[in-house]
Write a protein that binds this ligand. Structure first.
Ligand SMILES: C[S@@+](CC[C@H](N)C(=O)[O-])C[C@H]1O[C@@H](n2cnc3c(N)ncnc32)[C@H](O)[C@@H]1O
Length: 494
């Protein structure tokens, strides 16, 4: 099979020292070469400082929003929500406030009433959220682990039932995949006030959950479009999340104030290893897509191509994803190109280069149109031999974020000092949760990272051209190894 390898471009492609670094980076994805490299001088040598090859092209300091552009002239794409989306969100908000008689508002008015669940497959109507995959006789309400106050956790009046049914649907799948005592990691992208992160961390005390919240799009304002990290931390959603982490004495639930965009996702995918075991991508992909439009263009991708590539790379970050996409008018270009959210996900799954099983829809909610929650699970992940494809350890995962909260010091101060609140469901939560024991899941301190995890952190700090070159070289190495294997087989048959 022929494989196209694009030529190296940009600063990373020039200079023998950088070329050497790229070759070593490529080798990291090739077991044979990585082994011989480690014998020689070790991956850490090139990831370190001093006169190693990478220092020939030092990464710029991580820009914080609102800070001046890096002085090396590298283009930093502004994170801008298109005016059309901002206007649409404002118009919808206005309509909500001004038109209490609309059917949509009638749905919102039921926000705090108990969720109506269904064990059948009847389609939802009038803003209901229906858990289609509910086991017989199980109510969504019964799956709640922590009884969180809806007034603190809903946003733009999204009905509370939508939170309860979506969590119930996710929880049943998590329990089936992992059991309650398993260790696994979750990234909840666009975690908003932390409803899903808190439920997951409480329900699975051995798991480790990071909510990524950037205050972009809809739900937690738009501070992240221009604001600094400090300003994102001050947003209502992050403060609510942290308040409840503290209140519940949790040590396995963190928040990363961070705006993800296409380049960030590409960097993470370039690590070449799942960064977590589960991702929640609930009503957020369209917002990440919006802030990535200029990056697609800069990379020579059309809008549709860019969005499919974004989704494909998100899929590469984990073997399991709970995905909820919005209906039109969001992702208009995608609906125009693919017709349905499912067809779009199929295209992204194909582009990811991995095989996925689609489970669902687990849950369907009426919210500005129809939103379905699907579980996409990598085929074969439950087989024992798939254990080799491990996600990053907790320290490795934390190292990927510029900042995670609460800091270890404040976590240990608060841990266990708050009683579990009433209504914490049948499972252990907060102070009652057993201490996290396995090496990779300990809190406090920063244990040394594996070479792959250090590679991940280094890639995130690297210029885009270096990341692109890393990917190209990795592909080239895979092709070369395949060719070599074919040649060896052919030779041995002669
Ligand atoms: C519509 S809310 C969805 C909240 C939650 N996932 C749910 O389904 O209920 C979208 C959330 O994602 C956050 N968000 C949007 N784009 C983001 C990005 N590029 N990076 C990080 N967070 C983002 C928003 O600030 C907001 O809190």
């Amino acid at each position: 099979m022929e494989r196209h390898v694009a030529p190296l471009t940009g600063p990373a492609g020039s200079g023998p020292a950088t070329a050497a670094a790229l070759q070593r980076a490529a080798a990291s994805a090739s077991p044979a070469l990585a082994a011989s490299l480690q014998e020689a001088d070790g991956l850490k040598a090139w990831l370190g400082t001093g006169d190693d090859a990478l220092s020939a092209a030092p990464p710029p300091p991580k820009p914080s929003r609102g800070s001046p552009s890096p002085s090396n002239g590298a283009k930093t794409a502004p994170r801008e929500v298109p005016a059309s989306v901002v206007a649409a969100a404002a118009a919808v908000g206005q309509a909500l406030r001004n038109a209490p008689q609309t059917p949509f508002l009638a749905m919102a008015a039921r926000a705090s009433s108990p969720p109506r669940t269904s064990t059948g497959s009847t389609a939802p109507a009038g803003g209901e959220s229906v858990w289609l995959a509910a086991p017989s006789g199980v109510s969504a309400q019964s799956r709640l682990i922590v009884d969180l106050p809806d007034a603190e956790f809903t946003y733009i009046e999204r009905p509370w039932s939508h939170f309860v049914t979506r969590w119930a649907a996710i929880d049943v799948e998590l329990e089936e995949a992992f059991g309650e005592e398993a260790q696994f990691s979750v990234i909840d992208l666009g975690s908003c006030c932390g409803f899903f992160s808190l439920q997951a961390a409480a329900g699975y005390p051995q798991a480790f959950v990071i909510g990524v919240e950037g205050s972009v799009g809809v739900g937690n304002g738009t501070t992240g479009v221009e604001g600094t990290q400090e300003q994102i931390i001050e947003t209502k959603a992050i403060q609510t999340h942290l308040k409840w982490v503290q209140k519940l004495g949790m040590t396995n639930c963190l928040v990363a104030p961070d705006v993800w965009d296409y380049h960030k996702v590409c960097s993470l995918a370039a690590i070449g290893q799942p960064i977590c075991d589960v991702m929640f991508l609930l009503s957020v992909v369209h917002h990440v897509d919006n802030v990535s439009a200029e990056q697609y263009e800069a990379d020579g991708l059309g809008r549709v191509e860019g969005t499919v590539s974004l989704m494909a790379k998100l899929l590469q970050l984990s073997p399991r994803h709970f995905v909820e996409l919005p209906d039109k008018p969001w992702l208009d270009h995608i609906y125009a190109a693919f017709g349905t959210a499912r067809a779009f996900l199929d295209a992204a799954a194909k582009m990811s280069g991995r095989q996925w099983s689609f489970v669902g829809p687990l849950c369907v909610s009426e919210w500005y149109g129809r939103r379905e929650v699907w579980l996409l699970e990598e085929v074969g992940i439950r087989r024992p031999e798939a254990a080799g494809l491990r996600a990053l350890s907790r320290p490795g995962l934390e190292a990927l974020f510029p900042r995670v909260l609460p800091s270890p010091a404040s976590t240990s101060t608060f841990s266990g000092t708050f009683p579990s609140p009433p209504g914490t469901g049948g499972r252990a939560v907060g102070a009652a949760a057993p201490a996290l024991s396995a090496a990779g899941y300990k809190t406090g301190g920063r244990p040394s990272l594996t070479p792959q995890e250090e590679l991940g952190a280094a890639l995130l700090a690297a210029p885009t051209a270096l990341i692109a070159a890393h990917l190209q070289l990795r592909d080239a190495m895979v092709s070369a190894e395949t060719l070599l294997r074919e040649a060896t087989t052919t030779a041995s048959m002669r």
